[in-house]
Design a protein around this ligand. Structure first.
Ligand SMILES: Cc1cc2nc3c(=O)[nH]c(=O)nc-3n(C[C@H](O)[C@H](O)[C@H](O)COP(=O)(O)OP(=O)(O)OC[C@H]3O[C@@H](n4cnc5c(N)ncnc54)[C@H](O)[C@@H]3O)c2cc1C
Length: 330
């Protein structure tokens, strides 16, 4: 049994996704305390150069499967090929990202390998004996679970995007990409991708955004989210929300930031009419600069804010939008 740590390097449209660098950072930290190797597994078509770049982000070894059909995510064939490689390489730990793709792939993988899976974790650590402990919120976020695995290997986990910073690039590092032999029948799939289109109607996604403007119950009514959207639009940012307004159906769940929503770490997070409940803070307090706008000077959001504006959001937010519009136009 090898003691290696593998990460599944997610790519989309044949471009390595940023979450891959977060996984490499997480795996590197585990590997250092265990003195073991980090292997990145990449599936794609004609992206050997990008696969080779993963050495610069901390991979000790890169296994690249090059196949015309693997430019796109095909869950059944991806799972079959990855399970085959795991049977061969016998890693101790395999980590993916808890994105839509990662969650789909790893649940199939766990079923194939008859192995346990800790899904959607927000922390990974090692016990003294070198085995994995995965942390994740459960029961609607009311408790934090520490998951340990039985003797069955590998230990599989998916890590929430944005809970780890990306690994830093070191151009001095390099290596040679290995291409494992995969039996042809494992590429057979019931799925044929005929095309893909981006969702979200052109909106900036929360996970990718450098700027997020979030609204809470202080907005008073769903139609007032237009204030948040206007400011986000001027800044080229994404729209976030507290759970209170998602539960009230003012905005879709995909915008929710927090323990039971998304974890984000943009360069700038502007919280408007959000009190700063702990469940909201855990999802955004790693942001670079936090600006809080609240008319209650005692609101807990000010404890994590870089800049606090005590005032009525109905005055402050439109004024900011106008100011940024002028500044950015000039
Ligand atoms: C298990 C569990 C999981 C949860 N998960 C999440 C989660 O993922 N994300 C999340 O956000 N919450 C989550 N919550 C809910 C959380 O506890 C809070 O209830 C929620 O974040 C409150 O949302 P809010 O700040 O919009 O509303 P409120 O707490 O009602 O705050 C509204 C704020 O607006 C201010 N305000 C009002 N009017 C104005 C105005 N005109 N101008 C300026 N400020 C104004 C008020 O002073 C107040 O501070 C969870 C709760 C539980 C129990």
């Amino acid at each position: 049994m090898s003691d290696g740590i593998w990460i599944f390097a997610q790519q989309k449209n044949n471009k390595i996704a940023n979450v891959t660098y977060e996984l490499l950072n997480a795996a590197r930290k585990l590997a250092e305390s265990k003195s073991s190797e980090v292997t990145a597994v990449v599936f794609g078509s004609g992206i050997e150069d990008q696969a080779g770049d993963l050495f610069k982000y901390g991979a000790d070894k890169v296994l690249y499967v090059d196949h015309a059909d693997f430019a796109n995510f095909i869950d059944d064939a991806y799972a079959a090929v990855l399970a085959h490689m795991i049977d061969d390489g016998k890693p101790e730990i395999v980590i993916g990202s808890a994105t839509f793709y990662g969650k789909t792939l790893f649940s199939r993988l766990a079923a194939r390998l008859q192995s346990g899976l800790a899904a959607d974790c927000n922390g990974l650590a090692l016990r003294d004996d070198g085995s994995l402990v995965a942390t994740k919120p459960a029961f609607g976020g009311n408790v934090l679970l520490s998951i340990v695995y039985s003797d069955k290997r590998p230990q599989l986990a998916t890590l929430r995007p944005k809970v780890m910073p990306e690994a830093e690039r070191d151009d001095a590092k390099s290596g040679s990409v290995e291409k494992p032999d995969i039996p042809a029948e494992l590429f057979e799939s019931k799925i044929k991708v005929v095309g893909s289109s981006g969702g979200g109607g052109g909106e900036v996604s929360l996970n990718e955004a450098d700027v997020i403007v979030s609204g809470g119950r202080g907005l008073k009514a769903p139609e007032n989210f237009s204030l948040i959207k206007d400011l986000a639009g001027v800044l080229g940012g994404a729209v976030g929300a507290s759970r209170a307004v998602v539960d009230a159906d003012w905005i879709e769940y995909s915008h929710q930031v927090g323990q039971t929503g998304k974890t984000v770490n943009p360069k700038l997070y502007i919280a408007c009419g959000i009190s700063g409940a702990i469940q909201h803070l855990v999802g955004m307090q790693a942001s670079g600069t936090i600006v809080a706008i609240n008319r209650d000077k005692e609101a807990p959001i000010f404890k994590v804010a870089t800049y606090g504006i005590v005032g009525d959001l109905f005055d402050v937010v439109p004024a900011l939008t106008e100011k940024f519009k002028k500044e950015l136009a000039g």
